[in-house]
Design a protein around this ligand. Structure first.
Ligand code: IPM
Ligand code: MG
Length: 371
C-alpha cells in the first residue's frame, strides 16, 4: 500500500515525538511492504515564525492532497500571556480542523493496570476503564460568531450547532458503540442551553436506528463528576466541542499520563492524527517527552488506512515497553528512558528485532545516564 502523509511537527515537543512515530511507521512499512511518502508542512508558532501565518496555504494544500496528516503539537509560551497577539499558534490547529472539515475528534482513554499508581484515583476505580470520546470538532462556541467591544467593555462568543453537524458525528459515535460495549452517553447541558436541547432531540431520534446500543444522557457537570467517581461505566461518550475539550483532559488523568493518549480527527474526506498533549515547551529539545501519544496516534492512522494488523503490532509494541518499564520521565521520574530510546525500542519491536524474551541488560545501555 502506498500512502501520502503530510507531516506537521509543530511546536515544543512536537518535532521530537513525531519523529519517533515516523520511525515506527518506517518499521511498519519495511516489515509489511508498504510505502509511506511524507511531505513536511508548517503549522503553529513554527509557521508564524517562517511565514507570518499560523496555517500557511501550502499546509492546507498538502493536507488536502494527502491520505492523512500526522501532527505533533501546537503552542508557544511567547503567545500565552499576550492576549493582544494578532496571530496565535492555536489558530493554526483550529483552522486546519475547519479547512479539512475534521468534524469528529476521537479520543480513546484506557487505564493500564501497571500504571495505576500514577493516577490520582484508587486502582480499584481504574479497573476496566476503556472508553472513547467522540468530540464534535468544527462547531459550537469555538467557531460561532465572536466579538470584542472596541473599548474592551464586553466580549462574546456564540455557541451554535446545526442539525447536520450533530447528526454526522452522532452516526459515527453509534457505529463505534456497536463495535464496542454497546453503550453511548450523550454529554450536554440540556437543562440550560438551547444548543444542548437540539443535541438531545437529534440523538434521541437517531438512537432508534441503533437498537443494539443503549443510550443515556448526562449533564456535563455530572459527567465531570462521574468520570472520577465511576469511570468504568462509560463506553462511547458523545459530546459537543468545548465539553469534549474539557472532559478529554479530565479523562486523560485516568491513564496515568497525558503523554500516552492519542487522537484521531476525522472528516468525510480527510483525517488528522495527533497526541492529545500540548507542546510542553519546558521539555522541548530535551529528549524526555513521552512519544507514546504520538505513536498511538500513528496506530490510529494505520487503522484509518484499514491496516488493522499493522496498527495492532504498534499497540503491542507500546504495551511491551510499558509492561517492561521502558518508559519516559513522566511515567518513571527516576528510572526513565529517553524519548528516542522508547522510539527505538518500539520500532525495533515492530521490526521483529526484539524476540519474545527480553534481555534487559542489552537494553539497559540505552537508558538515561545523565540524570
Ligand atoms: C485540544 C487543544 C486545542 C483545543 C487547543 C490547542 C486549541 O486543547 O486539541 O484539545 O482546544 O481544541
Ligand atoms: Mg484540549
Amino acid at each position: 500500500m502506498v500512502k501520502k502523509i503530510t507531516l506537521i511537527y509543530g511546536d515544543g515537543i512536537g518535532p521530537e515525538v513525531t519523529k519517533q512515530s515516523v520511525r515506527v511507521l518506517d518499521a511498519i512499512a519495511e516489515t509489511f511492504n508498504h510505502e509511506f511518502i511524507y511531505e513536511r508542512a508548517l503549522l503553529g508558532a513554527e509557521a508564524i515564525d517562517a511565514t507570518g501565518e499560523a496555517l500557511p496555504q501550502q499546509t492546507i494544500d498538502s493536507a488536502l492532497s494527502a491520505d492523512a496528516v500526522l501532527f505533533g503539537a501546537v503552542g508557544h509560551p511567547k503567545y500565552d500571556n499576550d492576549p493582544n497577539a494578532k496571530v496565535r499558534p492555536e489558530q493554526g490547529i483550529l483552522s486546519i480542523r475547519k479547512a479539512l472539515q475534521l468534524y469528529a475528534n476521537v479520543r480513546p482513554v484506557k487505564a493500564y493496570s501497571n500504571l495505576a499508581h500514577l493516577s490520582p484515583l484508587k486502582p480499584k476505580l481504574l479497573e476496566k476503564v476503556d472508553f472513547i470520546i467522540y468530540r464534535e470538532l468544527t462547531g459550537g462556541i469555538y467557531f460561532g460568531e465572536k466579538e470584542t467591544a472596541t473599548d474592551n467593555s464586553w466580549a462574546k462568543d456564540t455557541c451554535i450547532y446545526t442539525r447536520t453537524e450533530i447528526e454526522r458525528i452522532t452516526h459515527l459515535a453509534y457505529k463505534a458503540a456497536m463495535t464496542r460495549k454497546g453503550k453511548l452517553t450523550l454529554v450536554d447541558k440540556a437543562n440550560v442551553l438551547d444548543s444542548s436541547r437540539l443535541w438531545r432531540k437529534a440523538v434521541q431520534e437517531i438512537a432508534a436506528a441503533y437498537p443494539d446500543v443503549k443510550t443515556d444522557f448526562l449533564f456535563v457537570d455530572n459527567a465531570a463528576m462521574q468520570l472520577i467517581l465511576n469511570p468504568s461505566q462509560f463506553d462511547v461518550i458523545l459530546t459537543e466541542n468545548m465539553f469534549g475539550d474539557i472532559l478529554s483532559d479530565e479523562g486523560s488523568v485516568l491513564s496515568g499520563s497525558i503523554g500516552l493518549l492519542p487522537s484521531a480527527s476525522i472528516g468525510d474526506k480527510a483525517a488528522l492524527f495527533e497526541p492529545i498533549h500540548g507542546s510542553y515547551p519546558q521539555a522541548a529539545g530535551q529528549d524526555i517527552a513521552n512519544p507514546i501519544g504520538s505513536i498511538l496516534s500513528a496506530a490510529l492512522m494505520l487503522d484509518h488506512f484499514g491496516l488493522h494488523t499493522e496498527a495492532d503490532v504498534v499497540r503491542e509494541a507500546v504495551d511491551w515497553t510499558l509492561i517492561n518499564g521502558f518508559v519516559t520521565k513522566d511515567i518513571d521520574p527516576v528510572n526513565f528512558y529517553f524519548t528516542s530510546t522508547v522510539g527505538d525500542l518500539i520500532s525495533d519491536y515492530v521490526s521483529g528485532k526484539i524476540p519474545g524474551g527480553v534481555n534487559r541488560t542489552n537494553i539497559e545501555y540505552r537508558k538515561s545516564t545523565i540524570i
